[in-house]
Design a protein around this ligand. Structure first.
Ligand code: ZN
Length: 259
């Protein structure tokens, strides 16, 4: 099977899955290999995926190296995000983010406050936001389960303190807090929303307030990919907006495209 590029485009649209995990999760036992990722991308017509480590792993350097190897083997198909426990010694955290950015070519940092309970209102979280700005890496934050630090509204504060920072709220608050995610995106132009795990009526509500140019799609796990994509494909919106959500927004946010 040719896995070097995109296969048939669904309804003529490219698809960027901005939320996937490669490797093994120590906390849940979940595990996804590169072969599984490619197979599900091929099956559902996904052109490019953001590979993110699970929030708790055996060895974060090894996980980052595996993501980098996937990016080297399939540069068009994969982007990478760095994710490690923010409570390792601060210099160790910063050194790894620098390595992921400069040596491995990663495009984002992931913060998973459900397992990495860093208070985004505290100045003690500034090292993370500053590293993201320094390396021009958007921060993808898991939001939803894991309150209080996973509440979307809390990320208004770093987004305002660091206007050059880009924050992507993963799961848009996960249904229960979708309204908070809408507020956060409405008051901060540098906050974007990733729509995985929302119900279709939540997505409609998001779209009534937040432009498609600030929205993106994600699967989280291969088992959810088909459902997550169907939610976007069945939305009654213009194809131009669908193109923004599925491709253009993440290309601008993560890959530096200006279109
Ligand atoms: Zn996830």
């Amino acid at each position: 099977m040719d896995r070097g590029g995109s296969n048939e485009m669904r309804q003529g649209l490219h698809i960027y899955d901005t939320h996937t995990h490669l490797g093994a999760a120590r906390h849940s036992g979940r595990q996804f290999s590169l072969e599984q990722m490619l197979a599900s991308m091929d099956r559902y017509g996904v052109d490019r995926s953001m590979l993110i480590p699970f929030p708790v792993v055996e060895d974060y350097r090894q996980t980052h190296d595996a993501i980098a190897a996937a990016m080297r083997a399939f540069p068009d198909r994969f982007a990478g995000a760095a994710c490690l426990n923010p409570f390792v010694p601060e210099q160790e955290y910063l050194d790894e983010i620098r390595r992921c950015s400069e040596d491995l070519g990663f495009r984002a940092i992931k913060l998973q406050p459900q397992y990495q309970a860093l208070n985004p209102l505290s100045a003690r979280s500034d090292f993370l936001w500053k590293a993201a700005v320094r390396h021009k890496m958007p921060v993808i934050v898991h939001t939803g389960a894991g309150a209080p630090f996973a509440l979307p509204s809390l990320y208004i504060m770093p987004a305002r303190r660091f206007p050059d920072l880009t924050i992507v709220l993963g799961h848009s608050g996960g249904g229960l807090y979708a309204l908070e995610a809408i507020v956060a995106a409405c008051v901060c132009p540098n906050i974007y929303l990733e729509l995985s795990s929302l119900m279709p009526h939540h997505i409609r509500e998001v779209l009534s307030h937040v432009p498609a140019s600030r929205l993106m799609a994600g699967s989280d796990v291969p088992e959810s990919l088909e459902t997550e994509l169907n939610k976007i494909f069945t939305l009654e919106i213009d194809d131009a907006d669908r193109r923004e959500i599925l491709w253009n927004t993440p290309r601008r946010v993560f890959d530096g495209f200006t279109a």
